[in-house]
Write a protein that binds this ligand. Structure first.
Ligand code: FCB
Length: 440
């Protein structure tokens, strides 16, 4: 048996996102978001569910914070619903919306849990979408104003600010593949949205720093390493090309100040309008970068391989391959001058059940987490500066186009009663946090 200790100040946490947990979609003056509109459109969500109630966290946040305390979390990553605080995206402020986040942050501080606030986890105000959404440059400026509002209200207690969660999913799943809100399938829109998301990040980072000089500002990227199916030279070059086409569209402008060649190849005539000064703003120095890691893409000369013989797959159809996480961290650490890294999401959906003893025995999730913690620890030994880890997710929640069918939580959600039950993986995680180590 081996014991792997983590540094004494390693920040163990869990993550969530407003639309996936809050519910109260039209209460207390909240405006409509693109996810409200999308989930209310028949046929868009696989089980016909919406986030109207979700985990009802808006009303039950105190219970959820009590559960975080029970697990011993040191940090909690959550997002603010933009239309809850600015119902139309700009202009009129909704004081009740701001009050909610004020209470939430106060309760976290009282529980000694460090808030990690994400400004945008996909729920754009519908009113801004109606004016072109992320294809409209004005939206980037509206985002910076929204950031300023939040810093003014919470900056005395929140130090860690994330501008965007997974901008590539926002741009491409929402505007090219159409499987996420706003459900468009238009390359020109998608590439322009991608650029305006980066611009909004740059504008907001500058605004946050000006208003709160001791703030830590970062962004969260989802990265799936592309790995060759075999040792052949063909597969190696196919994997390299795949990575450069699909995975670095945001990494390169953020950390090198330019779009990669692969972006020009992919977008062709749909490359976005980039104005003078945009890239400098986008590439400004950050205090941290968040990496969301779930799985990898296995690639050969024909493209992406659907299924790798012998591999385990989660309910999302994602391959379980923890060593790929270490390889990814080492690779990006070598290729980019990165600020300190947080693993801002990692976790797995499995079809767990409540057993006769009333408990949720989820050994596969527990093992998934253990393997990924271990590989992260090994990457740290390789010299990667990882400061903390947020498990996705605190509770089962509304998994976007999959509705309530995919369960990622350390805590089970009974969607009929909204009862929360800590799973075995949650109890195990509490022990990891308490001892600050894992054993294999
Ligand atoms: C990520 C999202 C998060 C959750 C997980 C499973 O892409 O950021 O909200 O849906 O996937």
């Amino acid at each position: 048996m081996n014991i792997y200790k983590f540094p004494h100040n390693f920040l163990w946490g869990a993550a969530s996102a407003a639309y996936q947990i809050e519910g109260a979609w039209n209460e207390d003056g909240k405006g409509e978001s693109i996810w409200d509109r999308f989930s209310h459109t028949p046929g868009k969500i696989s089980d016909g569910q919406t986030g109207d109630v979700a985990c009802d966290h808006y009303h039950r946040y105190e219970e959820d914070i009590a559960l975080m305390r029970r697990l011993g979390l040191k940090a909690y990553r959550f997002s603010v619903s933009w239309p809850r605080v600015l119902p139309l995206g700009r202009g009129r402020v909704n004081p009740q919306g701001l009050d909610f986040y004020d209470r939430l942050v106060d309760a976290l501080c009282a529980a000694n849990i460090e808030p990690y606030l994400t400004l945008y986890h996909w729920d754009l105000p519908q009113a801004l979408q109606d004016e072109g959404g992320w294809t409209n440059r004005v939206t980037s400026h509206a985002f910076a104003d929204y950031a300023a509002l939040m810093v003014k209200r919470l900056g005395d207690r929140v130090r860690n600010w994330t501008t965007f969660n997974e901008p590539s999913v926002v741009a491409f799943n929402g505007n090219l593949f159409g499987e996420h809100a706003p459900g468009l399938q238009d390359p020109k829109t998608a590439y322009q949205a991608a650029h305006h998301l980066l611009l909004a990040h740059g504008l907001a980072a500058r605004t946050i720093r000006a208003a709160q000089p001791d703030a830590n500002v970062g962004i969260v990227l989802n990265l799936w390493p592309a790995e060759p199916e075999t040792d052949s030279a063909e597969d190696a070059s196919a994997a390299k090309a795949y990575w450069e086409k699909y995975e670095i569209h945001f990494l390169e402008p953020l950390f090198k100040g330019h779009y990669p060649l692969g972006a020009y190849e992919m977008a062709g005539e749909n490359m976005p309008v980039v104005k003078d000064g945009d890239l400098a703003l986008i590439a400004q120095k950050l205090d941290f970068v968040g990496i969301n890691f779930y799985s990898r893409s296995v690639v050969n000369a024909q493209g992406r391989v659907d299924s790798v013989p012998g591999s385990e797959y989660t309910e999302m159809g994602w391959e379980v391959c923890a060593p790929a996480m270490r390889r990814l961290l080492v690779k990006i650490n070598q290729e980019y001058k990165l600020p300190p890294i947080y693993i801002t999401e990692n976790g797995a959906a499995f079809a767990d059940e409540v057993s006769a003893d009333g408990k949720v025995h989820d050994p596969r999730r527990l093992d998934y987490l253990k393997q990924h913690f271990l590989q992260t620890r090994l990457a740290m030994q390789d010299g990667v500066d990882v400061r903390g880890y947020f498990v996705w997710s605190l509770t089962d929640n509304f998994e976007w186009a999959h509705g309530n069918t995919k369960r990622f939580g350390l805590i089970r959600m009974d969607y009929d009663t909204l009862q929360r039950t800590v799973k075995d993986s949650g109890e195990w995680y509490a022990e990891v946090i308490r001892t600050n180590q894992i054993q294999d």
